[in-house]
Design a protein around this ligand. Structure first.
Ligand code: DC
Length: 227
């Protein structure tokens, strides 16, 4: 690809299609992919394994500061490693989803992960996917997107995604969990999930994945051209 290698942020609520869009966009641009939700999930998993409650902000922050996390594409999937262990599946359980949401409310955890995210994105040429990446983590990113979809559509997608991974969950329970997480993520004092002023808003309810990715790629390429 010609032109500068940008930092591209994609924020939005759970199930809006961020992961699929971010992965395809990264592939299309030949960019790296930084899944920041996976980092919060890894902190929750490490805490659980160390018998540290997700409500203990100081102890969870210590875990965040020393997190030995690494991402690597294996075929089509962005795998997550803690040390040598592939934790890609373990961090996707419904329990860890709740844990990640809880640990993400602690300011010291977010502060520790701010540094980590910036280190991991150093040099640009990266698509960063999360909740506050366009507002807090990379306020100067050249291309920012806020992707959303209706709660019903997001629940349908999350149920299907978990089913594909071999986990059967109830639709109504999942809808309630998604609504609870949305409310907690949007109303928290620290880094609430809101679009950046300069983010492009994208509603994925009525567009195919391909249409969304094509639109985002066109925007990134336009912004990559030297003025
Ligand atoms: O995108 P995800 O479902 O994997 O994210 C897991 C949790 O981590 C989610 O409840 C919100 C939190 N999170 C966050 O607070 N900030 C981010 N940049 C990414 C995720």
């Amino acid at each position: 690809m010609s032109g500068p290698q940008l930092v591209v942020t994609i924020d939005g609520p759970a199930g809006a299609g961020k992961s699929s869009v971010a992965k395809l966009l990264a592939r299309r641009l030949d960019y790296r992919l930084l899944d920041t939700g996976a980092i919060y999930r890894a902190v929750a998993l490490a805490a659980e394994r160390g018998s540290i409650p997700w409500t203990d902000g100081a102890a969870c922050a210590e875990i965040a500061r020393t997190l030995d996390i690494r991402f690597a594409f294996v075929g089509d999937t962005n795998h997550v490693f803690l040390g040598e262990e592939d934790v890609s599946s373990a961090i996707r359980s419904p329990g860890i989803s709740q844990g990640a949401s809880q640990v993400s409310t602690h300011p010291p955890v977010r502060a520790a992960l701010l540094d980590l995210q910036r280190r991991l994105a150093a040099g640009g040429g990266v698509v960063v996917e999360g909740r506050d990446t366009g507002t807090i983590v990379f306020p100067n990113a050249r291309a920012k997107f806020f992707l959303t979809a209706t709660a019903a559509e997001r629940t349908r997608r999350r149920v299907a995604e978990l089913a594909a991974a071999g986990t059967v969950v109830d639709y109504d329970v999942t809808l309630r969990e998604i609504e609870e997480r949305d409310a907690r993520d949007a109303s928290r004092d620290v880094a609430p999930m809101v679009p950046a002023d300069d983010a492009v808003l994208v509603d994925s309810s009525t567009q195919t994945l391909e249409e969304v990715v094509a639109a985002l790629a066109a925007t990134v390429l336009a912004r990559s051209r030297p003025n």
